[in-house]
Design a protein around this ligand. Structure first.
Ligand SMILES: NC(=O)c1ccc[n+]([C@@H]2O[C@H](COP(=O)([O-])OP(=O)(O)OC[C@H]3O[C@@H](n4cnc5c(N)ncnc54)[C@H](OP(=O)(O)O)[C@@H]3O)[C@@H](O)[C@H]2O)c1
Length: 255
């Protein structure tokens, strides 16, 4: 990984047991210089073998339990993170955890809609709300906007784009996912407007269509193809990006 200024002191990522979350953790640990603290959260740390292995290799990673739909779990991890980051606060929160349940118009049910909305939209808002005091602490006295100060990155999807619906007709097989990610983009817009005066930046980021359990084998990209791009985008974030919808190459996507 190329040498560049430290992205941030501390970063917390949700859903790191596998896929993009795990790739981001690996990528961050390999940057030079790396963050002082990479907080890799997952539902079941004992089963997250790759994360456990990384914890043995690197002194700046902590593997913490977080189920993003559990209030109890959010409260417990917040306490742990408060103790770890102290008065410096938390610089960067990546809301990555997500699920997909395929459902066409014929198949979609109230339950699948609500399940996806809970995990892919509501959880991101509640996790962000919980960590806000720590993000505010990190933002205090800082200048400019970005991951060096305080940033919230919601991992969205280009399938959330209302303008691309006609172009990406294949997504019509995934009504719940598509709609929940569009709502997540509204979370981004609201937070960006609300937290601007605190110096906290918020964006939505499409990570690329990637071969993961969710992305499937048909996806054109592998995790290692996109992580350097995502990290470059994170490093480049500044005031003008607040409230934007970017892809892994830094291109602006239409809402
Ligand atoms: N892959 C793509 O092509 C693609 C494209 C656009 C956007 N995205 C977005 O990128 C993010 C990561 O996707 P991925 O491809 O890495 O998916 P993935 O391989 O299916 O991994 C999903 C991750 O989210 C975690 N997760 C699910 N529900 C959770 C919960 N309630 N609490 C905590 N963690 C939870 C999973 O943990 P467990 O191991 O415990 O299940 C897993 O670590 C998602 O938000 C997804 O929508 C992916």
């Amino acid at each position: 990984m190329a040498h560049r200024p430290q992205l941030c002191r501390s970063i917390l990522i949700t859903g790191c047991s596998r896929g993009i979350g795990l790739g981001l953790v690996r990528g961050l640990l390999a940057t030079s210089p790396p963050p002082d603290l990479v907080l890799a959260t997952c539902r079941d740390p004992e089963k997250a073998q790759e994360l456990q292995q990384l914890q043995k290799q690197y002194s700046n990673i902590r593997v913490l339990q977080l189920d993003v739909v559990s209030e109890k779990s959010i409260k417990a991890v917040l306490k742990e993170v408060e103790d770890l980051v102290g008065e410096k606060g938390l610089n960067c929160l990546i809301n990555n955890a997500g699920i997909n349940i395929s459902a066409s118009l014929d198949e979609v049910t109230t339950q699948t809609m609500l399940t996806l909305y809970e995990t892919n939209t509501v959880a991101q808002l509640m996790v962000t709300k919980a960590f806000l005091p720590l993000l505010r602490k990190a933002a205090q006295g800082g200048t400019g906007m970005g991951c060096h100060r305080a940033a919230i990155v919601n991992i969205s999807s280009d399938s959330a784009s209302m303008q691309l619906v006609e172009v990406k007709k294949l997504c019509l097989q995934v009504y719940p996912y598509w709609i929940a990610k569009a709502a997540l983009n509204m979370v981004t817009r609201c937070l960006a407007a609300d937290l601007k005066s605190d110096g906290i930046l918020c964006i939505s980021l499409h990570p690329g269509w990637i071969q993961t359990d969710m992305g499937g084998k048909m996806a054109p990209l592998k995790i290692q193809d996109t992580i350097p791009g995502i990290l470059s985008v994170l490093a480049s974030l500044c005031d003008t990006h607040n409230g934007s919808f970017l892809d892994w190459q830094g291109e602006t996507l239409p809402w």
